[in-house]
Design a protein around this ligand. Structure first.
Ligand code: ADP
Length: 245
């Protein structure tokens, strides 16, 4: 196959209505979650959405260095999202890219409404997100992993936060898009929410949707998020279950 042919947009929905990886439009990738995977962090989580693997580590609340970065009435939440060099098809430069800096901010803002920062004035809470393997949806898997790591660190939260990206491929609205669907689809829309409180904390849209398609996509995203949120709760319950009931 020539280079030009390789770059042609592949068919994203087959004649049976299934996607490139065999999923139905409303199906999540196989999701796996584990908490407390790192011995030296206060809290940690490893989250896998298919071939997207993300590790989150949380430190804090701890005394801030430098001190002038602290706030008198609440903790400062800091977040660093990074894609490891071996996480992509072609080796990614280890230097922080503009995309990584932007995603660090987007993810922090998705998590901040959930954290009771007012309980820990003059401290920082640091969140490190490392993408081990990238295959679409790393920011939303990052939010899911970081929320679990915050909970694992024992940091009080109003609710958990979970995320998933929806998209439009070959005219169909689909849940939890993978890298090919992100690259060749008509639209991709990452969403994160606190399902228990009914609040959306991240919503981005690349590409084009009609208002009706947007409504369908958002509904599908929130349904997916609820399923991921239930898995988060189950994983935490399993680790921290109190024996007496
Ligand atoms: P997200 O990972 O949240 O979907 P993007 O839409 O920016 O964020 O990226 C979509 C996918 O494209 C990523 O998950 C990853 O698989 C791939 N990708 C992004 N940036 C790079 C990069 N610098 N090198 C190789 N692949 C990348």
């Amino acid at each position: 196959m020539g280079v030009a042919a390789e770059k042609e947009k592949p068919k994203l929905i087959d004649e049976k209505g299934l996607r490139v990886d065999g999923r139905r439009p409303d199906e999540l990738r196989p999701i796996d979650m584990e908490v407390g995977v790192l011995k030296n962090a206060d809290g940690s989580a490893l989250v896998k959405y298919g071939n997207t693997w993300v590790l989150a580590a949380v430190y804090g609340p701890r005394e801030a260095v430098p001190k002038h970065m602290t706030l008198p009435d609440r903790a400062v939440l800091r977040c660093r999202y990074r894609m490891l060099s071996f996480s992509t098809h072609e080796r990614k430069s280890p230097a922080p890219s503009r995309r990584e800096i932007e995603l660090s901010k987007v993810i922090r803002e998705a998590l901040e409404p959930a954290v009771l920062t007012e309980l820990y004035p003059r401290t920082t809470i640091d969140i490190f997100i490392e993408v081990l393997n990238a295959h679409g949806g790393t920011r939303t898997a990052g939010v899911t992993a970081a929320a679990l790591a915050l909970a694992d660190a024992g940091i009080p939260m109003r609710d958990l936060v979970a995320g998933v990206a929806v998209g439009k491929v070959d005219g169909i609205i689909v849940l939890d898009i993978n890298e090919n669907e992100d690259m060749y689809g008509e639209a991709d829309m990452p969403v994160a929410a606190m399902p228990g409180l009914g609040r959306i904390t991240l919503l981005q849209l690349n590409g084009v949707l009609t208002p009706e398609e947007f409504r369908v996509a958002l509904k599908l995203a929130l349904q997916g998020i609820k399923r991921i949120y239930d898995m988060q709760k189950e994983v935490l319950r399993h680790k921290y279950a109190v024996v007496e009931e």
